[in-house]
Write a protein that binds this ligand. Structure first.
Ligand code: KE4
Length: 425
């Protein structure tokens, strides 16, 4: 047995599925997950000493590649002074100043410890601000695993075929309206059917949890207009796209100003961090300045702040977004040309360092069209790439991520592997 197999056998005795997050379990692509003992740059090093080119990037945070020396040094320096104080610390102020500087729609921000906490808190805040109960989300969008949002969710929920999780009371689910992405009529109808009742709309403006799906031109502008018209809080869940699609996220690239924004992943530099922020008039309702309670023992802890600050400062210095888009286009073009040569239908939506691969001839613009992709073929493609040293997300319903560390040999080798893997499908 390989080291990974031995570890998995032990893990399965003690941890559900042997994993601490379902998407890691390879359930939709088949086979068994490998264990990783180290990571650096564009590579993972498995427990059996295989080196893999990594396009998961720990599900988004590693935009500078793994174990970047600047981030490592920042954590080490912070560690000299301790790990957590349970009091305000200077790094929290610096982090807040950076977030407000990068994301103009954010006037005030609260740190937490995961994307789930960020979106859960933003929903509660929208309800507290409007004194309404209903929220709108979109099929296939994943906003973490809080009860109100595990309805027709994407990512692992979709991968495992349980987009509506067990254990969520029907009374909770009734307050969540799920609409198709990219469908203006459905939005109009939902607001007409629930006048004065919709507290918030939460959206992944660029979807990254049902594969990668971008909005139709004008859709986000329409969403901003209709939520303003109805006094509904517009929440952009930029946990995945924040600081990745652009310095200021999708909202900067699209010129949209949401009322609240949820963040995570990149702002933690690989350590557990989430955040939510937005208009001061709304944020001031958060305890202790207002009646909407939200809290966290380790929120803003100095180690995670140090890692995140180092990562954001690097983004400020490097401004890598055009370079990342060049790498994304290289990958996209390699897959498109290989599939054309093979006669396989494929869609490769890509923007900057985010992409996904749908084996279908139908342009993918929502949950329904994403499901038309050939997930079994994706599974075969996934394993062909893995056998050749390239690790994609182990699900047809996830996005791929590229880091600045992929520039050079890694991206060239990955394009070769994609081409070879498609040729033998
Ligand atoms: P976390 O609670 O996992 O930190 O964040 C939840 C979340 C919220 N919003 C968006 C847009 C997200 O993509 C996520 C988490 N993304 C998944 C990957 N698709 C995390 C991977 C996992 O669940 O292990």
């Amino acid at each position: 047995m390989s080291t990974s197999e031995q570890l998995l056998a032990r893990a399965r005795q003690l941890i559900p599925g042997g994993v601490n997050s379902p998407v890691r379990a390879f359930r939709s692509v088949g086979g068994s997950p490998f264990f990783v003992k180290a990571a650096r740059g564009a590579h993972l090093i498995t427990a059996d000493d295989r080196e893999l080119i990594d396009f998961v990037c720990t599900w988004g945070p590693a935009i500078h590649g793994h174990n970047h020396p600047r981030i490592r040094a920042a954590i080490a320096a912070a560690l000299e002074h301790g790990t957590s104080f349970g009091t305000p610390n200077p790094a929290e102020v610096e982090m807040a100043e950076l977030i407000v500087k990068f994301v103009p729609s954010i006037e005030k921000v609260r740190m937490c410890n995961s994307g789930t906490e960020a979106t859960m808190s933003a929903i509660r805040l929208a309800r507290g601000f409007t004194k309404r109960d209903k929220i709108i989300k979109f099929a296939g969008c994943y906003h973490g695993h809080s009860d109100s949002l595990l309805i027709k969710a994407g990512s692992g929920a979709l991968t495992h075929g349980n987009p509506d999780s067990a254990g969520v009371p029907a009374s909770f689910a009734r307050e969540t309206i799920v609409l198709p992405f990219n469908d203006r009529g459905a939005l109009e109808a939902a607001f007409a059917a629930n006048p004065g009742q919709i507290a918030g709309v939460i959206i992944e403006a660029y979807c990254g949890n049902v594969g990668f799906i971008m909005p139709d031109p004008g859709y986000l502008q329409f969403l901003r207009e209709i939520t303003t018209r109805h006094g509904t809080v517009l929440i952009f869940d930029e946990v995945m796209t924040g600081f990745r699609i652009a310095r200021g996220g999708v909202q900067e690239r699209e010129g949209i100003t949401p009322d609240l924004t949820c963040l995570g992943k990149i702002i933690g530099g690989g350590l557990p961090v989430g955040a939510f922020g937005g208009r001061a008039a709304i944020m001031d309702l958060i305890a202790p300045t207002g009646p909407v309670y939200q809290a966290g023992t380790l929120s803003g802890n100095p180690l995670a702040m140090a890692a995140g600050i180092a990562g954001l400062r690097l983004l400020e210095e490097l401004n890598p977004y055009e370079r990342l888009d060049v790498l994304g286009r290289k990958l996209r073009d390699a897959v498109l040309s290989a599939c054309r040569a093979k006669g396989i239908a494929v869609q490769v939506p890509q923007c900057g360092s985010m992409f996904s691969i749908f084996f279908t001839d139908t342009p993918v613009r929502d949950y329904a069209t994403a499901l038309r992709g050939d997930a079994a073929l994706f599974g075969r493609f996934f394993h062909a790439c893995l056998a050749r040293g390239v690790y994609l997300a182990p699900s047809a319903y996830e996005a791929g991520f590229i880091s600045t560390a992929h520039d050079g040999p890694a991206i060239d080798r990955a394009c070769e592997v994609f081409t070879e893997s498609i040729r033998i499908l």
